[in-house]
Write a protein that binds this ligand. Structure first.
Ligand code: ADP
Ligand code: MG
Length: 683
């Protein structure tokens, strides 16, 4: 039966009430949705062999008739084993299935089927837990087979069958990428790409399909950037005239002298603020380069003009910290804190309604907060300036809601990041941004003494840590995990803090911090450390981003080999934030040469950009943007490694828009952009 893109999934074979619900939970309603639900990996069952030729360890497909099938209870274990034997003209082969007793009822001797799986030897040479289907069907066996994420009681076979059947609707897919581009760049058309991403005939077709779908994402992304750039030039913003007196007064009250890089970037920002079109600028600067004060200087200009400022932080810990810093720098303007669990004005906790009211009345014009600010639809009149710390954590649509929602005049946007973005990726990560770089650290910063500490030097290291604490300085200890677990012996916060309290650091006060603590417990742990009430903070990587305690001078990292260089550099950046000499100790359980070589780079360089380049070299592009540090958008296919396709997408975007800025000749592209924006706004 031929299916249609906008039909409900319920018309697909095997998709009844329960499966419909499961799919709905996965955000899949229509045949179209299902076609774009792509495999997360593939099993290559294309190796079809006569039984006599199969070898132990191989993944194969064999076609044979069932000779016998029976089940038994495994000795001592609560497990049912189904034993079968199949044969073809060349020989016979045992099959073993675990816990699938029902098979003795569905499979009968004499049935001829196609089986795919791995040949195992633990129970004698046998095909282990194979999937099977009637010979010649080629949905689950005998080919490269897609493997999908599942939900609820949905089974792989059921989902795969449904998607296979849904492929008949691919003919209705309209390819929004112009044929001229497809031809020149040699891209498969969209229907073909979708068919091949699910059920490719061979690796080459699969690779080509994925390449095409990557291009789709990157091309659309570039077009959206370009549109937003065009759009920005049409929008108006609050004009904040440069007032040298305000700037000078601000600088004069600082407890330190600005670096020339800070001056330069602050100047770029206040110049943008004085323009009639909204700013969209990225402030990039290595850890500890002093981005906060630059942002505060700009915020001060805005507040002095009677307008409002919002600062978005990625975590509650950071929001509270940055609010305190802002409150100090921006005095006498009052800066409020707004997170899910905390609302604060001055030194007082307040309730949500009170704070919302004060913001609405412009009694308070500067607020620092988390995502909660976006979710609550906080009303802030005359919002002129939005600062986003570690920009990537807020999606395009969310930013749009904050900057433009219902406003006649758009807010200026400043994003800040410590992630060094290699030039090759800058196009994709910050296509529509202007960039300012703080290229130097504040004066007096000493390089952070970094050392890999082998097992027999640990006692000496702890002695050194004790000496530092005795001098009144503080120490971070970072562990890969929260709780003890059997995961390859990785060190946990719980383990390590207990050990330290009993052993090396028993005369000192040890605090713990990790993501599973309640929000006020986290806050308390940070505050105690800031106030010097604890000497040592044992933590997960939650301290990775932005936490600023200048009196902390030692960073000890357990399981250092588990982290990327960029991440280790971020962690190390928690110390060396004053003119005190600081240290970073890397403890590794992996003495392999590759692990050590990577860690040695940290011993050798203090420069985030160099480290990012090195990571690129050692681990490939996909890895620099590990986890939360990622500035890379959420694509299904494209990764930061796809530099070539990125460039192609960029070139085509430029070409198309230069020739036809309003996309009059490309209604399908226009429609694609429109529907993407619409979908983003509905989210
Ligand atoms: P980051 O760029 O990593 O966000 P911060 O803004 O948190 O860095 O600044 C790091 C530390 O350096 C803070 O304690 C801050 O007060 C201090 N700092 C910033 N600028 C200077 C400067 N020009 N001279 C001395 N210290 C500075
Ligand atoms: Mg910061």
């Amino acid at each position: 039966m031929a299916h249609h893109l906008n039909s409900s999934v319920s018309e697909l074979p095997g998709i009844g009430g329960k499966a419909v619900k499961d799919l709905k939970n996965m955000g899949i309603f229509s045949v179209y949705d299902l076609l774009f639900y792509v495999p997360f990996r593939y099993d290559d069952f294309s190796n079809i062999k006569p039984i006599a030729e199969v070898k132990v360890g191989e993944t194969v497909t064999v076609i044979g008739s069932i000779v016998s099938i029976d089940s038994r209870q495994a000795k001592g274990r609560r497990m049912t084993i189904v034993d079968a034997v199949i044969e073809d003209e060349t020989g016979s082969l045992p099959i073993i299935w675990f816990n699938q007793k029902y098979l003795t009822e569905t499979l009968r001797p004499g049935m001829k089927l196609s089986f795919s799986g791995r040949i195992d030897f633990r129970f004698g040479k046998a095909l282990m837990n194979p999937v099977f289907e009637p010979e010649g069907k080629r949905v689950h066996t005998g080919r490269i087979v897609p493997v999908y994420g599942l939900s609820g009681s949905l089974t792989m076979k059921r989902l795969r069958t449904a998607i296979n059947s849904a492929l008949s609707a691919t003919n209705e897919l309209v390819d929004w990428v112009p044929e001229s581009i497809r031809r020149k760049a040699d891209y498969t058309d969209l229907s073909q790409a979708i068919r091949n991403v699910h059920f490719p005939e061979n690796q080459k077709d699969l690779t080509k399909a994925i390449e095409r779908l990557k291009f789709d994402e990157l091309f659309l992304h570039q077009l959206l950037f370009a549109r937003s750039r065009q759009d920005r030039q049409k929008r108006r913003s609050h004009v904040i005239p440069i007032d040298e007196k305000v700037l000078k007064t601000f600088v004069a009250q600082l407890p330190f002298e600005l670096t020339s890089a800070q001056r330069k970037t602050a100047w770029e920002i206040v110049q943008d603020l004085a323009k009639q079109n909204p700013m969209n600028r990225l402030l990039q600067g290595d850890v500890g380069s002093g981005k906060t004060v630059v942002a505060a200087m700009a915020a001060n200009s805005v507040l002095s003009n009677g307008l409002a400022v919002v600062y978005l932080a990625p975590t509650e810990i950071l929001a509270a910290q940055q609010r305190a810093v802002f409150n100090m720098f921006l005095s006498p303007h009052s800066v409020a804190l707004f997170t899910r669990s905390q609302k604060r004005i001055g030194d007082e906790d307040v309730n949500k309604d009170e704070l919302l009211q004060k913001l609405k009345n412009s009694d308070i014009r500067c607020v620092v907060g988390t995502h909660a600010l976006l979710e609550e639809m906080v009303e802030i009149p005359n919002l002129a300036f939005v600062i986003v710390d570690e920009q990537h954590r807020f999606g395009v649509a969310q930013r749009h809601a904050l900057l433009e929602n219902g406003r006649e005049i758009s807010a200026h946007l400043l994003s800040m990041t410590a992630t060094p973005i290699p030039r090759s990726l800058a196009l994709t990560v910050c296509g529509d941004l202007d960039i300012s770089v703080i290229s130097q650290l504040p004066k007096g910063r000493k390089p952070i003494g970094t050392a890999i500490v082998s097992a027999n030097h640990r006692a000496g290291m702890w002695q050194h840590v004790k000496d530092q604490i005795a001098k009144g300085q503080q120490v971070y200890v970072v562990c890969p995990l929260i709780d003890p677990s059997d995961k390859q012996g990785a060190k946990s916060v719980t383990d390590v803090s207990e050990q330290l309290k009993k052993g090396p650091l028993k005369e000192f006060k040890v605090g713990v911090l990790h993501g599973r603590l309640k929000s006020d417990e986290k806050q308390e742990a940070i505050q105690k450390f800031k106030d010097g009430k604890t000497d040592v903070l044992v933590s997960t990587t939650v301290v990775e981003v932005g936490v600023d305690v200048p009196n902390a001078t030692v960073m000890v990292i357990f399981g250092a080999e588990r982290f990327g260089l960029a991440q280790l550099h971020q962690l190390r950046g928690r110390v060396g934030r004053s003119d005190l000499v600081s240290y970073c100790y890397l403890l590794s359980d992996d003495a392999s040469e590759t692990a050590l070589e990577r860690l040695r780079t940290l011993e050798k360089t203090q420069n985030g950009f160099e480290l990012a380049e090195k990571d690129l070299e050692l681990r490939g592009a996909g890895n620099i943007f590990g986890n939360a540090q990622s500035g890379f958008p959420d694509f299904q296919f494209a990764t930061p490694a796809d530099v070539e396709i990125m460039k192609t997408a960029f070139d085509w975007t430029t070409k198309v828009l230069n020739e036809d800025p309003e996309l009059e000749k490309y209604p399908l592209i226009r429609e694609k952009i429109r529907s993407t924006f619409e979908a983003a706004h509905l989210e």
